[in-house]
Design a protein around this ligand. Structure first.
Ligand code: DLL
Length: 433
């Protein structure tokens, strides 16, 4: 099933021509309307840059999150505030929020992209969708909402939280699809079990999960617990919100909406482009956005891309699942490790729940990891600890300290899970709590 078959199955040549035309227009538009870009391009000697081919994009300077912060709140907008139909923001962990804006046309394009993505994921116009992404400044709730409405679905705008009520609504309304962060939907399933409801019998067919990193092992856990097909949706506020890319049931990478964005993968340390198939930092350029055109935005997210046609017949660029972020790589006694690798290994072990937290701590002046894990059975503590530590040692090549908690010992979240807690600035080499 396609939402727009011609767009989704066009040849590479046709798509490249479309992208090139839109790129030329975007660069012209940004230079004309955003002093920040005009200055940047002029400094780089690019005022008369001629785009003969898509690779010419590499001549343009990168845009970073710090550029948005420094131009807070509306400094990078290309239209007057009265032409902006909606504002969103991502909170971030430090400093001011990153503010983004959309014209009505941008909102329509975004809803269209999400509608297209929902169909890719297997949603039908006649389905009911339980939307547990947070509504508000976060793009998840309203982003999925508008896309589902555009498709003609029945949307339940439940947002995050109030878990018991969510369960009642799922039981009573019998949605075909659910969307939310994977960690929160896992919490929903857990709560159902506590209340004696079998989460496999809700009638849900599919789940559309994203906004935070999650592993293949987490996918299997969610699919098994809820008896659904779990699909990955990716996006970020600076580029649009959810729906930049989404998986189809082939589960062979996320289809990028590449009529709306150009995707590059670069070596994060040199900024040089990487070939298809190699993992690097994703860089996006918007091709239609009017309120906040964004050129070569460095996402900090690590993934690879492929342009091979998917089993579903779509010819779009596909990206792998996000394997980490440039800023979440931990170096433990010289070994590089990403939180996602720890999750992958942890969730393969018996006796642990999928709720965990990685604490970065100092041990005798060196970085170390405390892995906070919940056990299913307290009696198994010794044996589980040994197998988890050994598995992480052999697969991630690092030694960790495992701190075992009873069920609910690790906090749950209603939105994005807090997986990493950096306690390295704590002064003393405290014993684990
Ligand atoms: O999280 C948009 C979104 C909402 C995506 C709902 C999917 C579903 P931000 O709050 O700006 O926007 O956060 C963007 O979240 O740079 C990634 O690091 C991370 N992220 C988003 N989707 C995924 C995913 C939304 N599927 C940041 N897998 C991004 C891994 C993801 N990380």
């Amino acid at each position: 099933m396609f939402y727009d078959e011609a767009l989704e199955t066009m040849t590479h040549e046709t798509r490249q021509q479309l992208q090139l035309n839109r790129l030329r227009e975007t660069v012209r538009y940004a230079m004309e309307r955003v002093p920040f870009y005009r200055k940047r391009f002029e400094e780089a000697g690019l005022d008369a840059v001629a785009f003969d081919q898509l690779e010419d994009i590499q001549k343009l300077p990168f845009t970073r999150k710090s550029d948005l912060r420094e131009n807070y709140p509306f400094g990078l907008f290309a239209v007057k505030q009265e032409e902006v139909a909606r504002i969103h923001a991502s909170s971030g962990t430090s400093g001011k929020a990153t503010v983004v804006g959309y014209t009505q046309e941008d909102l329509d394009d975004w809803a269209g992209a999400v509608a297209r993505g929902l169909v890719m994921a297997g949603a039908k116009r006649t389905d009911l969708l339980h939307n547990a992404y947070g509504y508000g400044l976060f793009t998840g709730g309203l982003g999925l909402h508008a896309g589902a409405e555009k498709l003609g679905m029945t949307v339940v705008p439940v947002s995050g939280g109030n878990t018991d009520r969510q369960i009642t609504l799922i039981e009573d309304f019998k949605p075909a699809g659910i969307c939310g962060t994977p960690s929160y939907v896992l919490r929903l399933a857990e709560r159902m079990e506590e209340r004696g409801i079998n989460p496999r019998t809700t009638g849900l067919r599919y789940g559309i999960f994203g906004a935070e990193p999650w592993s293949e092992e987490m996918r299997r856990t969610l699919e098994e617990k809820l008896n659904i097909t779990a699909l990955d949706i990716y996006g970020l506020s600076e580029i649009m919100g959810p729906g930049v890319a989404i998986e189809c049931p082939a589960q062979q990478g996320l289809h990028i909406m590449d009529d709306l964005f150009i995707t590059e993968v670069i070596d994060p340390s040199t900024g040089e482009p990487l070939p298809e198939g190699m993992v690097g930092e994703l860089v996006f350029t918007s091709l239609k956005k009017k309120a906040l055109p964004i050129i070569r935005y460095r996402t900090g997210d690590l993934a690879s891309i492929t342009r091979e046609t998917c089993a579903c017949g779509r010819t779009t660029t596909r990206m792998s699942r996000i394997t980490g972020r440039t800023d979440d790589m931990m170096i433990i006694r010289g070994v590089n490790v990403f939180p996602s690798e720890i999750e992958r290994v942890l969730l393969k072990q018996d006796g642990v729940t999928p709720h965990y937290q990685i604490h970065l701590v100092k041990r005798h002046g060196l970085d170390a990891i405390e892995l906070h894990v919940e056990l299913e059975e307290q009696t198994q503590q010794e044996a589980v600890m040994r197998t988890v530590c050994e598995a992480i040692k052999s697969e991630c090549l690092i030694s960790i300290e495992m701190i075992c908690h009873p069920q609910y010992g690790v906090s749950r979240s209603e939105g994005k899970a807090e997986r990493i807690v950096d306690r390295r600035t704590e002064t003393s080499d405290k014993e684990p709590v």
